[in-house]
Design a protein around this ligand. Structure first.
Ligand code: NAP
Length: 508
């Protein structure tokens, strides 16, 4: 695929829409969003599609994460593509391998794997007006009319800045780089972190290890995960009763958003209901007042992402499990040394310390108009127009981009709505012979001003906690209104917010 590209080669070909030809579309990333984009674009008649995937398999989060206990706390019938409902989900909340298998099955059914280049990371994207020059890690260079980044949010592991981290003499790995080749049976294991990931891991491995030390920096609010195995009769009904799956999907969506989105976005009664439920759950699950006190957060529920996990508290109370709340002083070859000078000796140290959430497509170098670098554009904090486009980066879209709807909801549902918006924009380019589309600077600024004004009312901002939702400026980098509003905006884009140009712009 090595192509040497001369400027003359693509300049006249730039205005795909004016020439009545198919746009060449690059999609970066083959997780749920990228595969959804491939399917929906093809269905809309856009066939010149190339997807670049840096890994050897498709799957995104559900490929990278395969730790014990991995499941999704969004109900299965909502955590699926709307166009591919699955009556065969075995549980109300699906386990990781089943989700990954579903994604593969959908990709096979719609024959999109032929469009995907595996082991092909994109290192560089350069806007040459009106096209993009894409360079892969192999040094191949290709030209595309449109680029859709579907690279995800929770992608790059965050390694904690703890003194001596790499001095540990035993085995150590991040939750998103799970070592399937190492058995934890009978080992002394430590885990740093008590977020959604750690809770699932602790619940799954506590019965297997000799001893487990759980290092908690901050307690998190938890609620039960009302897991349920679906019966064969139920699955039969889902398959054959018209409208039943859709009704369940819509109900689950309403329930998630009614419960969590409202609680976070200023509905104080709903926040109190969630708070009460978490407190009651802790009280009921942890009878020992001393342990309960150590597990009680001093901030509001829904400030950090709500954790739904039923086996974490029981696991913590097993004889072979200890909750360590002393501050970690350093990692030493034998294990973890806490501020009380005690060394917790370990064979394996697990890092469930989350992700670098400000990266998005970075470290891929993205250069827009007039040499503007995306990393520079995001210098203070990553921002976007409607979590999808960027002024100065024409013909470039990012699914699940900054300030997206990242709360307790289905990211598949959100990215499907974004894809609908991208398609509406491309359709308009096609109808009107448009070569360049980008959000107007003033529209981007007005949108971000409105967001900054309203995000301050959410419990992400007022709840009194630190979380991965906060960016370097301390502002929640997340959508401040109800998800329903976002979906409506995506389905009815306001084209006056975008600059549509019919002629190629000058090259920088
Ligand atoms: P996370 O929520 O960011 O939690 C990271 C944990 O590591 C926190 O407990 C944090 O403590 C701790 N930590 C980080 N640096 C530390 C340090 N230097 N010293 C001590 N502790 C440190 O990450 P996550 O659990 O991987 O979850 C990330 C997101 O993934 C979730 O919020 C969710 O959106 C998604 N997820 C979803 C599911 C699901 O069921 N759908 C499952 C897993 C993950 P502090 O709290 O003190 O910062």
């Amino acid at each position: 695929m090595n192509m040497s590209v001369a400027r003359e080669h693509f300049e006249p070909a730039g205005a795909w829409a004016a020439q009545g030809r198919q746009p060449r579309i690059a999609i970066i990333g083959a997780g749920f969003s990228g595969i959804g984009a491939l399917i929906k674009l093809r269905k809309q008649g856009y066939t010149d599609l190339t997807c670049f995937e840096k890994a050897e398999k498709i799957g995104g989060t559900w490929r990278d994460n395969h730790y014990p206990g991995l499941s999704c706390d969004v109900p299965s019938h909502f955590y699926s593509y709307s166009f591919e409902p699955n009556p065969d989900w075995t549980h109300r909340f699906s386990y990781g391998p089943e989700i990954w298998a579903y994604m593969n099955k959908v990709a096979d059914k719609y024959e999109v794997k032929r469009d995907i280049h595996l082991n092909c990371g994109v290192t560089d994207l350069k806007y040459l007006g009106p096209q993009w020059q894409l360079t892969t890690e192999h040094g191949d260079v290709e030209i595309f009319d449109l680029v859709i980044a579907a690279t995800g949010v929770l992608v790059n592991p965050a390694y904690p800045a703890i003194k001596g981290l790499y001095s540990f003499a035993g085995l150590q790995w991040h939750s998103a780089r799970w070592r399937d080749d190492v058995s934890l049976q009978g080992k002394r294991v430590g885990i740093i972190g008590t977020g959604s990931t750690a809770c699932q891991i602790v619940g799954a491995i506590a019965g297997e290890v000799a001893h487990l030390d759980v290092f908690q920096r901050t307690p998190h609010w938890l609620n039960a995960m009302p897991q349920k195995k679906y019966s064969a009769t139920w699955r039969f009904m889902l398959r054959w009763v018209p409208g039943l799956q859709l009704a369940i999907r819509n109900f689950m969506r309403w329930l998630m958003e009614y419960t969590f989105a409202r609680a976070t976005l200023g509905d104080e009664k709903q926040q109190q209901r969630v708070q009460d439920a978490c407190e009651a759950f802790l009280q009921e699950q942890v009878p020992d007042p001393e342990l309960r006190a150590r597990l009680t957060p001093d901030y509001k529920a829904t400030c950090k992402r709500m954790i739904m996990c039923s086996d974490y508290y029981p696991a913590l109370q097993q004889d072979n499990v200890a909750l360590i709340t002393d501050r970690i002083a350093e990692i030493v070859p034998e294990g973890v040394k806490t501020a009380d000078d005690k060394v917790h000796e370990l064979d394996v140290l697990l890092l469930a310390t989350g992700f670098k959430v400000s990266d998005f497509i970075l470290p891929t170098r993205v250069t827009g108009e007039n040499g503007l670098e995306l990393a520079e554009f995001w210098r203070d904090a990553p921002r976007a127009h409607r979590a999808l486009t960027f002024p100065g980066f024409p013909n470039f879209f990012m699914l699940e981009g900054p300030t997206g709807v990242f709360g307790n909801t289905s990211l598949i549902d959100i990215s499907e709505h974004q894809i609908a918006c991208v398609i509406a924009i491309i359709d308009r380019m096609k109808q009107e012979g448009v070569a360049v589309v980008a959000p107007k600077q003033e529209a981007y600024e007005a949108y971000n001003r409105a967001m900054s004004r309203d995000i301050g009312k959410s419990t992400w901002a007022t709840g009194g906690c630190d979380s991965w939702y906060l960016d370097a400026t301390g502002t929640p980098n997340i959508y401040p209104w109800l998800p329903q509003r976002y979906r409506e905006d995506m389905l009815n884009p306001d084209f006056s917010e975008y600059r549509f140009e019919q002629l190629p712009v000058a090259v920088s």
